[in-house]
Design a protein around this ligand. Sequence first.
Ligand code: FAD
Length: 376
Amino acid sequence: MLQFDQLSFWEKESYINHTDFLVVGAGIVGLSTAIYLKERNPTKKVTVLERGYLPTGASSKNAGFACIGSPSEILSDLKHTDESLVYETIEKRWKGLNNLFELLGKNQIDYQHLGSFELFRKKDQQNYSNCIAQLDDLNQRIGDITGISQTFKSNDNAINDFGYQGFQHAIEQSVEGQLNPAKMMRELHLKAVKNGISTLYGINVQGINQQNVITNYGPIAFQNLAICVNGFASQFLPDIDLTPARAQVLVTAPIPNLKIKGTFHFDEGYYYFRNIGNRVLFGGGRNLDIAVEQTNEISLNNKIQTELGSILATHILPNTSFQITDSWAGIMGVGQKKAPIIQKVDDHIYCGVRLGGMGVAIGSLVGKELAELMSN
Ligand SMILES: Cc1cc2nc3c(=O)[nH]c(=O)nc-3n(C[C@H](O)[C@H](O)[C@H](O)COP(=O)(O)OP(=O)(O)OC[C@H]3O[C@@H](n4cnc5c(N)ncnc54)[C@H](O)[C@@H]3O)c2cc1C
């Protein structure tokens, strides 16, 4: 491929030179940041650089849960994090989802409000009892954010209705839904291009200094830079509290008369499944091999894939024959605190990273907040 200095005058002027805002990473955060930067600064040149031919982190590889948190996930977060930050993050998830719907439209991203459940096995009995004991309080706190009076309610009948085995209790959730992440990213890309943003794929940023980034095709100068590479951020920001966390999922072939509809979580959110039409997507299990999964290598972990297949057969699709047609992995960014980092890191250099397993919900809002910070 040609280096930038071999490009025509026209190409250099259009794509490479005079970049006011340069964004690294074309995931949900990078593209949203670019869209809001252009909205706030319509005469400025905004360019996004992405090293993959598609976004190659998590944004089009995720499970498509549009979620604000299950009861056991919230109670677990409250054990490790300040209460105010936990509810601030839930509020960001709620506002972020509404922001995403406003930005792209629910139909365009196949959003479906099919309901959501947290499931509990026999060994989760203590956890379930804790959740039930605190359900009124959780409903009150979340109601203050969403205006919905009863977000969670106990509904054990769901276990038989969906034909599950090995689960004893279910708590139904009224706020969450599911969407198609690849359509979400395609819509963001189309919106960016329509608004005059250059999105350049196949460009790997290898280094950053005060005025330019070094790429595999040469340097690009910038006035302001946004680092939106989430789980890959330690290459540029070695000192921030962020660790890569691999997550993986599998999908079955279509299953005739599939009863499962909606999104489901168990084990404090470590496992999750949903229907995609009449297929089942099942993911998680990072806690089975947590040290090995602290990697930004996009490959499958056989131990986790085997366990996912086994739980699918025994608990989720008992007495149903199924075939697994697809399995894949993606990379998230996590840290000590379960909240995004949106900050200035140096003169003219900013970042929006550490989205954890919440990027569908908060990603567009993180982009909006980062664009506001960079524009002020
Ligand atoms: C399997 C899986 C399931 C998930 N399920 C859900 C879910 O159901 N709901 C939910 O809310 N969240 C879920 N998540 C998390 C969610 O997908 C992420 O939080 C979100 O996509 C993060 O978006 P991002 O834009 O910050 O990062 P990314 O989507 O990772 O984008 C960062 C981009 O930066 C690019 N990049 C990295 N380094 C460079 C470089 N040097 N030069 C150029 N480009 C670079 C990468 O290629 C990548 O495209 C899941 C994640 C995974 C992996």
